[in-house]
Design a binder for this molecule. Structure first.
Ligand code: NAP
Length: 323
């Protein structure tokens, strides 16, 4: 029988890749999309006609219940959230509404309308904030240090609680930063690869960054969504870290991106303290021992491949006259 999946956050980076993966596996895919006055379907135009778009919003309980009752999904992937950390400081209450309470609404809708559905919650390494151990494991204490991380920690524990209290099949994937050509340009990785391509093509001649020594655990979004799917194929639900298991500095990323376009980064990059993140988390790096041992998952793409694919994408896109 054809499996049915519901994805929230379909229009986002991960939602678009997950929809591709599930369609390739023969699923009937439903994607929850909230109304906007202009189209936000850019990342999924190539999937039009294959994904069934359903209207709903994490802020609205009845829309979630209707969508779940009508689509009767076997698997539900909650990828929707306000996902930009700096915005969570200027809109902390709205971030909590989407990213924390939105998950309560979704879990309650599942409990009432489709309690046998398997549920994936997009948790985040930001729940660790300033961790007291490195690398972090699934047992590392949560010490979130921004409203986004606090909201994700709430959502994480609600997901675990619904598993324990109601015996629902619910899982959290604690994902570290993952990137792709579909990442928004407000995020530092894409900002760097996109600007390197712009500089190469003469659209600009400078790139302003914050702390070049900051290190991150970056992986490819396609690898991450495969891990999400794998988590819901198990007999028993459990929580896993999804990461590359290695860190690279912003400076390494800059060097790699500018090498891809044959330019010397030092001629274009300047450090602007305005881009320093207040309260930079210390050495966030995920241990992937558990997911590797239990599910056989590990990243399939290297850091260098990821950088090159993103720079190449932006070079092509910009050369074709698209920003
Ligand atoms: P993204 O590109 O920012 O996409 C977020 C999605 O959430 C968009 O489709 C957005 O829809 C939707 N959304 C926001 N508020 C909503 C609401 N009230 N109701 C319904 N939909 C709403 O995020 P992503 O990079 O794909 O990340 C996927 C998930 O993983 C997120 O939960 C994020 O917090 C988490 N995560 C991501 C990373 C990462 O590095 N990418 C790391 C850790 C955790 P619109 O198009 O309408 O705005």
């Amino acid at each position: 029988m054809t499996k049915k999946a519901l994805i929230t956050g379909l229009t986002g980076q991960d939602g678009s890749y997950l929809a591709e993966l599930l369609l390739a596996k023969g699923y009937q895919v439903f994607g929850l999309v909230r109304r906007s006055s202009t189209s936000n379907l850019e990342r999924i135009t190539h999937l039009s006609g294959n994904v069934e778009i359903v209207s709903g919003d994490l802020l609205d309980q009845s829309s979630l219940m209707d969508v779940i009752a009508e689509s009767q999904p076997d698997e539900i992937y909650n990828l929707a959230s306000q996902s930009y950390v700096p915005l969570s400081w200027t809109q902390p209450a709205l971030t909590a509404e989407y990213t924390a309470l939105g998950v309560s609404r979704l879990l309650e809708s599942i409990r009432r309308c489709k309690p046998d559905a398997k549920f994936y919650q997009a948790s985040s390494s930001e729940v660790f904030g300033q961790p007291d151990e490195s690398p972090q494991t699934e047992r590392t204490a949560f010490r979130p240090r921004n409203p986004y991380g606090v909201a994700k920690a709430y959502a994480h524990w609600m997901t675990v609680n619904y598993r324990q209290k109601y015996n629902l099949y619910t899982c959290c994937g604690i994902t570290y930063t993952h990137e792709s050509p579909r990442r928004g340009t407000e995020f530092v990785f894409r900002k760097i690869t996109h600007t390197a391509a712009q500089i190469k093509l003469g659209f600009t001649n400078e790139l302003k960054l914050g702390n070049l020594d900051a290190r991150r655990d970056w992986c490819y979004a396609k690898d991450a969504v495969y891990a999400m799917w794998l988590m819901l194929q198990q007999e028993q639900p459990d929580d896993y870290i999804i990461a590359s298991g290695e860190t690279h500095s912003v400076k390494e990323l800059v060097e790699c991106a500018f090498n891809c376009v044959g330019l010397n980064w030092q001629d274009y990059v300047s450090v602007d303290p305005a881009f320093y993140r207040p309260d930079e988390p210390v050495q966030l790096i995920g241990s992937i021992n558990k997911i590797k041992t239990e599910l056989g998952w590990q990243p399939q793409h290297s850091f260098e491949e990821l950088v090159k694919s993103m720079v190449d994408y932006d070079l092509t896109k910009l050369s074709n006259g698209r920003a």
